[in-house]
Design a protein around this ligand. Sequence first.
Ligand code: AMP
Ligand code: MG
Length: 403
Amino acid sequence: MLTYEQARRTVIEQVEKARGPRATVNISVWDALGLVLAEEIKTDREYPPFHRSTRDGYAVRAMEVSLGATLRCVAEIKAGDTVMLPLAPGTCVQIMTGAAVPDGADAVVMIEHTNRDGDSVRFERAAEPGQNIVPRGSEAKRGETMLSPGMHLGYAELALAAQVGATQLRCANKPHVAILSTGDEVVAIDHTPGAFQIRNSNSVSLAAEVRLAGGEPVLLGNAADRVDDLREKISRGLREDVLVLSGGVSMGKYDLVETVLKDLGAEFYFDAVAIRPGRPAVFGKCGDTFVFGLPGNPVSTMVTFELFVVPAIDLLSGAPARHLPLVEARLGAPLKEKQGLAHFLPARVEWRGITPEVKALPWQGSGDVAALARANCFLVVPADRGLVSAGDTVQILLRKDVI
Ligand code: AMP
Ligand code: MG
C-alpha cells in the first residue's frame, strides 16, 4: 500500500505524463481570480515611470542639506503633477508622496524633519543622496516579463496585471471535474431523507473543493449501487477532464465502482493508500479522463480530495502542483493512534505565542462532518508514530478555505 506522499507523487507523475496543451480563454482581470495564466504579461513602461517620492516633505540636493541648513521653497509638487522644471541650486520644493521628483533633486526630506517659516525651510537632519526616492525603472524595466504562463492569479498578480494595463488575461480553461456520488442511501439535498437515508453532502463539499482548486464542477448527481446506473453515469463523467466519485470503493458487497470502471476500460495506478480516513482511495485513468474513486464517508472524501485531486487540477490547469499546506505546530494534548496508517485528524490550531498550538477535536470518525466544520486544520500523525506527547512538534495540514 502506498503512503500518501507516494500516492500524491503517482498522481503528479501520471497527470504530467498525459497532459497536453490546454485550450485558453480571454478573461477580464476582474474575473480572473484563481485562474492560471496562459500568456506572458510584460510591462508597458518603466516602473516606477518617474523618480517617485515615497514621503511628504521637501525635494532637495542632498549635498546642500546638512543639519541646520536653510533653503528657499520655490514650488509645490502634488502626486499627478507634471514636473518640468529642474530644481535650482539653493532651493527646495515641497513634494507629496507619489509625486515625481524634479531633475536636480536627489533626496526627499520628510516634513517631520523640517521647520518652515514662510518660504524658508530649515532642515533638522542632514540628507543622504537617494533617500525617500524610488528611482525610475527600479521596480521593472520597459518590456520586462512580470507574469508568466502557469502562474496562479491571486490578488497581487491581478493588481500587477492591472498596473501594466493588461485588462484582459489569456487564461487556461478550467479543468472540468465531473462529480458523481454513489449509494442507495443517498438522496438529493433538496429531498427529505427517509429514516435510513442521508442527504448528498459529498457532492456539495466536492463542488466547493473543485472550485477552490481552480476547477469547474460538473454535477452528475448520485448513482445507485447498481451496475447499470453506475455504468451510465460514470460513462457520462468520462466526457470530462476528471471524474471524482464518492463512495462505493470499499470492500462491501455493493461497492461496485472499481468493477464498473474496469469494465469501461480503466487502468488503475493505486486503489488503497495508508491513511485514515481515506484508505480505499482509488486513482486511475479511463480513456483521457483521470478518475478518482474517493471513499464515501464525508471526512474521507474531503481529505482524499485535498491530498490527491488538487494536484491533478493544478496540473491540468497548466500550473505546477502546489505543495500541501503543511506547517509545524506544537501538540497541545497527547495522542494515541494506531500505527501503520498516517492519520488526518480534525483539529484546531491557535496562534497564541510564536509557535502555533494544535489540539485534535473530539470526533466520531470519518462520518463526522460537524467535527470538521469546527476544525481549521488536520493534525497529521505519521504512520510510524502511535504515541505523540503534548509539547511534541507535529505537522498540520491547513484548511486554506477557513484559515
Ligand atoms: P461508502 O464509501 O460507499 O461505503 O460510504 C460510506 C458512508 O459514507 C456511507 O455509509 C454514508 O454514510 C456516507 N456517504 C456516502 N455517500 C455520501 C454522500 N454522497 N454524502 C454524504 N455521505 C455519504
Ligand atoms: Mg456506498
